[in-house]
Write a protein that binds this ligand. Structure first.
Ligand SMILES: NC(=O)c1ccc[n+]([C@@H]2O[C@H](COP(=O)([O-])OP(=O)(O)OC[C@H]3O[C@@H](n4cnc5c(N)ncnc54)[C@H](OP(=O)(O)O)[C@@H]3O)[C@@H](O)[C@H]2O)c1
Length: 350
């Protein structure tokens, strides 16, 4: 299952809105085939592993991170292929929450195959947290906040400079990470100070270009801002409590979508309505604090770099009050990943 989980991650950025899935076939304890879902609409992990195993699949055990699909979608149903291949036992990490595809386990059992569901379930669910979030239909995207922080939890120096707190490996990882999201967001102050391009420039090319989103508040971006200049090439949404008719018209003219939303929760609901199922929000500190205070963050990707920025540095989180330690919310560690001199820590809200 460990191997299957490692394989599944290779589909990151390419299979959405499908889940990440990896599979391994074992005959007499030896791996005889493996596979992962590499491309939306392409072969499923189980089918790839079955093809690799060929005749050796007969009487073997199939280990897969997600329950095999029962229904025919863009690909033939995996449950039928597993039965036809003569697999004797199937070990699954997480059940498929998609009602259109679920029921594979029952179908396999009905065919006399031994099925075990739940091995490393938590890990598989963490890997597919965005997918599971979408199927729970909460009315807003899966929200991940990503920040590069100093040892004293600052995200910029006193003058607002944040390039670069983290090293090259961490920045490469961020480009890989971005590829797995429908949208990449920032606060208006960050958009003004950093003038970011919020594009994916790594080895993994996302299947769909993530939409760029700026939570402007009362700030405004000039036509010279990189996000505005390139809005014809990369989908860009600016969100503010209100735009004047002339502001909205000027933005539309430049290819930017202007969306009015009174609160962050409303803003996220409007993104959801536009088909954005996941967003990575990359600061700054005030926006992070406001999102946390409103209970709108599902995962935190917190990169820690071995550098000090001192009292004048800009805090990673602002405007988020906690009464006492007794009332403090405790999150769960989802992953710890070394990135050269830096460390990425992923935390999930319980
Ligand atoms: N190291 C990193 O990972 C990283 C990442 C991002 C940014 N940075 C640095 O952080 C600095 C900017 O961070 P910051 O904390 O000063 O600003 P920030 O979080 O970028 O600014 C908050 C922005 O969000 C808007 N907003 C919309 N709705 C809001 C709400 N409900 N509550 C609060 N804000 C809301 C604000 O509008 P209003 O102004 O109208 O309130 C403002 O434009 C820059 O120096 C940048 O370089 C570092």
């Amino acid at each position: 299952m460990r191997r299957a989980l490692d394989l599944a991650v290779r589909g990151w950025g390419r299979v959405d809105p499908n889940p990440l899935v990896g599979a391994v076939i074992l005959a007499q304890g030896e791996p005889v085939g493996e596979g992962y879902h590499a491309e939306f609409g392409g072969p499923h992990a189980e089918a790839v592993a079955l093809a690799a195993a060929g005749e050796r699949a007969r009487g073997a055990t199939l280990v897969t991170t997600v329950e095999p699909c029962a229904a025919v979608g863009k690909q033939p149903a995996c449950a039928a292929a597993i039965i036809a291949a003569g697999i004797r036992r199937v070990v699954v990490a997480m059940p498929d929450p998609n009602p259109a595809m679920a029921g594979g386990g029952d179908r396999l059992r009905a065919a006399g195959i031994e099925v075990e569901i739940g091995l490393a379930r938590e890990e598989a669910e963490r890997q597919n947290a965005g997918f599971l979030h979408r199927h729970a239909r909460p009315g807003r995207p899966w929200v991940v906040v990503k920040l590069a922080t100093s040892l004293d939890h600052r995200i910029a120096d006193g003058a607002g400079h944040s390039r670069w707190i983290s090293g090259e490996e961490a920045r490469d990882w961020v480009h890989w990470f971005r590829a797995g999201f429908d949208a990449i967001g920032v606060g208006g102050r960050t958009a003004q100070i950093d003038d970011p391009s919020l594009t994916v420039r790594g080895v993994t090319e996302p299947r769909r270009t993530p939409t760029r989103v700026v939570f402007l508040g009362h700030r405004r971006l000039g036509p010279e801002a990189a996000l505005i200049r390139t809005a014809r090439d990369v989908p860009t949404i600016l969100i503010a409590p209100e735009f004047t008719a002339s502001e909205a018209a000027a933005l539309t003219e430049r290819g930017v979508e202007a969306v009015s939303a009174a609160t962050l929760a409303d803003a996220l609901a409007l993104l959801d309505a536009r088909g954005i199922g996941s967003i990575v929000i990359e600061g700054g500190g005030r926006l992070t604090g406001a999102l946390l205070a409103a209970g709108l963050v599902d995962r935190l990707a917190w990169i820690v770099s071995p550098v000090w920025l001192g009292d004048h540095g800009i805090p990673a989180v602002r405007g988020f009050e906690v009464g006492s330690l007794l009332q403090a919310e405790r999150w769960v560690v989802a992953e710890r990943r070394p990135l050269g001199q830096d460390t990425a820590l992923l935390f999930d809200r319980r």
